[in-house]
Design a protein around this ligand. Sequence first.
Ligand SMILES: [Zn+2]
Length: 343
Amino acid sequence: MTESVVRALYGNATSLNLGSKKLNVVPKCVSRLPNLSVLLLNNNSISALPAELRCLKHLVELNLGNNALKEVPAVLGHLESLKKLYLFSNQITAVPPDVIDGLQKLVVLNLNHNKIRRLPPEIKSLTRLRHLSVLDNKLEEVPAELGHLTCLTEINFTSNNLPSLPMQLYQCKKLTKLHLARNKLTSLPEGIRALTKLQVLDVAGNKLSMFPVEFDSLRLKELYYEGNRFVRCEPMSSVQDVEVLMLKELVARFVLKEDRNRSSLVHRTLPHYPTLSELLSNGSCCALCLNPFLTTWLECVHFVSVRKETKMRSSKTIPVRALLCSYKCFNTDGHSYYGVATR
Ligand SMILES: [Zn+2]
């Protein structure tokens, strides 16, 4: 080991490989290599880093994978040039916000195989991050601030304890790969169609009953979804009496419909009532008649054949959520939307 460091010192090295050297501590003299851009310390028994490492101002890549770290070392927050950080297979339980703050150039962050329960909201300062991998941890929630990371192209949250995801995830519009297998997801947030670049989605081994509205508009190349609790297509006939809508809903529907007409009084007046406009922005439209509604709808599902180009392990039809405005629409013939019966 000493030999490698001495050789590096004399050679004014830019990279140093101390991987698999049975190290318990990082030799302090490593900090006397100011030109170092790559430092590999993986496969050792390191449990802490010396504060002197903060001198490595040009360090771009640091591999600390497969060591004995119990936390993300504070000194990392001073390595301002760092672009790739590997911390997989340690015993890390938390990611301190102040360390994150110092890593604003980070492009790759690998925290796989640790014991992390939460990512701090401060993660939003990693605005250049493209690959975030937190596979096999104990994540219980994902902060909404993840939506600030608009450069992200790959997220891997496989094998965690996530019961839900924030809708802000869909602000990461450059995402091409989203791995969510083996969590506790009961649904995916609405609005997934915003992920127009998504190619790979893995939601296998969750508790999903259906995919969100307009899921079938995604142009996926790979979809993995086995081991969920999807609703099955076992149709029973049911004709429902037409419901009576609350006055508020009736008014909302009227206003939403009028607002579509650019020359209407409603359309011209609405901008003067910002609270009302915001309330109405939660409106949606009927999958059948396309008329708007606000707070009252019928939960339905349709079974969609997945595009031939999409690679899948199992059947080719998936349940996708759809909302209808009324039993009047539901009772019409010639559509393929099903009401959802509780089992
Ligand atoms: Zn309708």
